[in-house]
Structure formats: C-alpha cells, structure tokens
Design a protein around this ligand. Structure first.
Ligand code: PGA
Length: 256
C-alpha cells in the first residue's frame, strides 16, 4: 500500500490550529485509508492531542525524530520507548536535522535501529544537496547515506522501513526534481537496500519522494514505477491540499 506522510515540521504554533488541521485531514483521508496509508507527523507537544483526534480512524501518527537510547540523562530528547504505543511511525535523518542540528549518518543509523527495535516504523530521509546535484555526485551521496543508515538493519525490518528520497534543493523551494532524476535515484536506493538486507526484502521497503510535493505535481511522482508515495511538508499544512495529494495517490495506485 502506498504511504503519504504529512510532515508538519515546527507548525502550527498552537494546539487549536493543530487539532483543526488534523480534523480537516482526517475528514478526507479516512475515506482513503483502505488504499493509502496516511501518516500525520506533528511536533512533539501536539502528539497526544492529535492521537485523540485520529483515535481508531485508520490514519496513523508519526513523530518527527527520536533519540537512540530508551531512557536516561539526555536532556531534551524523546525515546522510541516513549513514542511506542502512541505513534506508529518516526521520521529519522530529515535533511533539516542533518543541516541545523548536525545529525550524522551514524546518528541516523542508531536512531533507525533503536526505533525499529521498539516496533516503530521508520521513515529514513536521504537526499543530496544542490552542490552534489550540480557536481553530478548525487548517486554517491545518496547511496552512502542509505548504506550508513541501514548499517544495523536486516531483512526482518523491511515491512516497517520506508526510505524517503528528498533532494535537499527541492525541499520547501518549489523546485521539483525532474521525475526522471527521481526515478533513477529511487532505482539506485532499491539496489543499495538490496545489497544491505537482500533483494527480496528490499522489494518490501517502500520508497517515497519528497520535496515541494503538492496537489498539482504529486501525480508525476507517484506514477513512477518505484515510488510508493510521498513525504509532504508545506502542502500538508493545508488540509484540502493534502487531502488532494492523498486522493491522487489513491487513484494512481488503484490503477496499478
Ligand atoms: P516540502 O518538505 O514539501 O515543504 O518541500 C518536504 C519535507 O521536508 O519532508
């Protein structure tokens, strides 16, 4: 089943707006939950409130990050053990964390392994910077990120593992990646995942596209043979816009 995730990032800034947005998304998304796995990923303080809105609707809840230890003296961190039971998914290695918080491939690998061991699904983000793209080194950068991030993963993790390919230069910029470039990179990701956990298991790992996805351009990505959905940032803050992305995804996969 395809997966479409709403990464709200550090928005909205108050609980009322967060709950309204969750209700707005839910009102449309629940009608497609048989065909698309929809995941809402709010900031930590809104997780409990949004989980109450989602209740047993079939729309899933995700966290935007987690730490690798389960408890202890780690001020400001949130562990997979704390998220388990409330969230079904966690995003790790988002480029904004790599960029602003100094998150390394090694940290991403530890978070991935720890979250999977807590039975959370992991959406691991990878993607090249504009400089890499311009220099033609996207493939090397992305395959190194995938290899490092999956260092402790095995075939058993495949069903709960999602890789989001997000060219960093396409995030929040309105500059969409050419679908051909996205396809070639997703094919590379599938190959590298196969080298890490075996080709059979790699086929179960879903690959998403992310970076300025909106209702107008989503179809060209979800139509790509290797694309299993989208990780949506800005456009997920508008319930109608996000609902449309879910609807298009459901239609495209309904025809496969
Ligand atoms: P964007 O963000 O859709 O606003 O480009 C995507 C993401 O960062 O996950």
């Amino acid at each position: 089943m395809p997966l479409v995730a709403a990464n709200w990032k550090m928005n909205p800034t108050n609980i009322d707006d967060a709950l309204d947005l969750a209700r707005g998304i839910l009102s449309v998304a629940r009608g497609h939950s048989e065909r698309v796995e929809v995941v809402i990923v709010p900031p930590f303080p809104w997780l409990i409130g949004v989980s109450e809105v989602l209740d047993s609707s079939g729309v899933k809840l995700g966290a935007q990050d987690c730490f690798w230890e389960m408890s202890g003296a780690y001020t400001g961190e949130v562990s997979p053990a704390m998220l388990k039971g409330m969230c079904q998914w966690v995003i790790v290695g988002h480029s904004e964390r790599r960029l602003y918080l100094g998150e390394t491939d090694d940290m991403v690998a530890k978070k991935t392994a720890s979250a999977l061991s807590s039975e959370l699904g992991v959406i691991m983000c990878v993607g090249e910077l504009a400089d890499h793209y311009d220099a033609g080194t996207s493939d090397q950068v992305v395959s190194a990120q995938v290899k490092a991030g999956l260092a402790s993963c095995s075939a058993d993790d495949s069903a709960r593992l999602v890789i989001a390919y997000e060219p960093v230069w396409a995030i929040g910029t309105g500059k969409n990646a050419d679908p051909e470039h996205a396809y070639r990179t997703m094919r590379l990701i599938r190959k590298v995942v196969g080298e890490m956990i075996g080709a059979g298991a790699a086929r179960k790992v879903r690959i998403l596209y992310g970076g300025s996805v909106n209702s107008k351009n989503v179809q060209q990505y979800v139509e790509l043979p290797l694309c299993d959905g989208a990780l949506v940032g800005g456009a997920s803050l508008d319930a109608d816009e996000f609902a449309h992305i879910v609807k298009v995804t459901a239609e495209v996969y309904g025809h496969r």
